[in-house]
Design a protein around this ligand. Structure first.
Ligand code: NAD
Ligand code: TDX
Length: 366
């Protein structure tokens, strides 16, 4: 039985991970620590309070006293660290929060883990600090470059990527210097349920339904390697269960697409869905598809993101060979499930986008 501290568990991937883990390991204890920033959402964890081992704690990973008391009092033996500022565009406009949470926050978790797990008599018999990171630490690829491996030198280009790279290095150093048992996974772009609609796929779906512009940065040729979020959760499980302390593992989707192709695919699927299901035109009257206009009419090529990385691609051979990792969801069905989820969860994304969730948060967590 494991006793997990899941940081950032009210965010997109963290919430999917908690649902995955509670379903697969119902006897484990899961304590979620989340500061509920704009990206954190209690609605993402709805239903989990029925799970006996689940507890939510509202707090900051940079709070040394709080993290110490959670590890000591609850005898937690595994940290799965998702909490981060995660949006590249925000890191370009306001980088400070990225350094504070991604660098200093991660360092606080590491020093508390070291103190509690390595220096105390009542430390649990085994421990693991799993750090969830990104492929963006490796920089950008040209069209013919081989995909990133775990040996690719780090070359982060945005303040977000640099802050994640710094946190990866700190995690590594706590293993090398102090012997803390750590693993790190570097993953490609995720998509799926509960993703905050500031990221490409959910933003385009919401804007297509509400008749807003679909802003494609630059010429839309930039390529990402897309992974359905549940496959990422499965990959993290494999690293936690079978990975070797001190090692890093790449997790990817073998699934490269140019942004413009993704946007066009979402447009085409929206048109088809509205043609097949007349109730959608009633529910979403502002969508062009509600009046038979092509959704693609909303596409607008806008000013490029500063320092925009052109291509990411993950080589996950090491994870496949050593852990048995393979993504199972193909992009066709994964994108379909994501659009269906957004159609069935209008209240969720409207609340997130119109600020009523913030008001709810202030009422309940002031
Ligand atoms: P997200 O922005 O949806 O969620 C982040 C969560 O962390 C939120 O719940 C937020 O409230 C919480 N948080 C932020 N600052 C905190 C703090 N100081 N203390 C406690 N909680 C705090 O992010 P996501 O997309 O779910 O990403 C999760 C992790 O996975 C991040 O570390 C990110 O770098 C990594 N990652 C994301 C992707 C992707 O495609 N989204 C891909 C690879 C890796
Ligand atoms: O409106 C948009 N228009 C657009 O063209 C948005 C939001 C994005 N884009 C482009 C920029 C990227 O080339 O789409 C691509 C994907 O953008 P994001 O969804 O912002 O993701 P990205 O910048 O690739 O970073 C993501 O993947 C790695 C996550 O946000 C990170 O947290 C993760 O580490």
């Amino acid at each position: 039985m494991r006793r997990l501290l899941v940081t950032g568990g009210a965010g997109f991937i963290g919430a999917n991970f908690v649902r995955y883990w509670a379903g697969k390991y119902p006897d484990d204890q899961i304590v979620v620590l989340d500061a509920l920033t704009y990206a954190g959402n209690m609605a993402n964890l709805q239903g989990l309070d029925e799970f006996a081992g689940f507890e939510f704690v509202h707090g900051d990973i940079a709070d040394q006293k709080l993290v110490t008391s959670l590890l000591v009092d609850q005898k937690l033996d595994t940290i799965v660290h998702f909490a981060a500022e995660s949006h590249v565009d925000r890191s370009i406009h306001e980088p400070d929060a990225f350094i504070r949470t991604n660098v200093n926050g991660t360092h606080n978790l590491l020093r508390v883990a070291r103190e509690v797990w390595l220096n105390r008599d009542d430390a649990p018999p085994s421990h693991l600090f799993h750090h969830v990171s990104t492929d963006e630490v490796y920089g950008t690829l040209g069209p013919d470059d081989p995909a990133f491996t775990e040996k690719t030198p780090y070359a982060p280009n945005s303040p977000y990527a640099a802050s994640k790279a710094a946190s990866d290095h700190l995690v590594r150093s706590y293993h090398h210097t102090f012997g803390l048992r750590v693993t790190t996974s570097n993953c490609s772009n995720n998509y799926g349920p509960y993703q905050f609609p500031e990221k490409l796929i959910p933003l385009m779906i919401v804007n297509a339904l509400t008749g807003k512009t679909l802003p494609v940065y630059g010429d839309g040729s930039n390529i990402r390697d897309w992974l359905y979020v549940e496959d990422h959760c499965r990959g993290i499980d494999l690293v936690i269960s079978r990975g070797k302390a001190g090692e890093t593992y790449n997790l990817g989707g073998n699934n490269e697409h140019a942004n413009i192709d993704i946007v066009r695919e979402i447009c085409a699927r929206t048109d088809t869905l509205f043609a097949e299901r007349p109730e959608l035109a009633v529910a979403f009257p502002d969508a062009p598809a509600a009046t038979g206009k092509p959704t693609e009419s909303l596409v607008s090529f806008v000013k490029d993101r500063l320092g925009h990385d052109w291509r990411y691609a993950i080589d996950a051979t090491k994870s496949t060979n050593e852990l048995g990792y393979l993504p199972t969801e193909d992009f066709d069905s994964g994108l379909g499930q994501t659009i269906d989820w957004m159609l069935s969860n209008e209240a969720w994304w409207r609340a997130v986008m119109d600020g009523s969730y913030r008001a709810w948060l202030e009422r309940n967590y002031a």
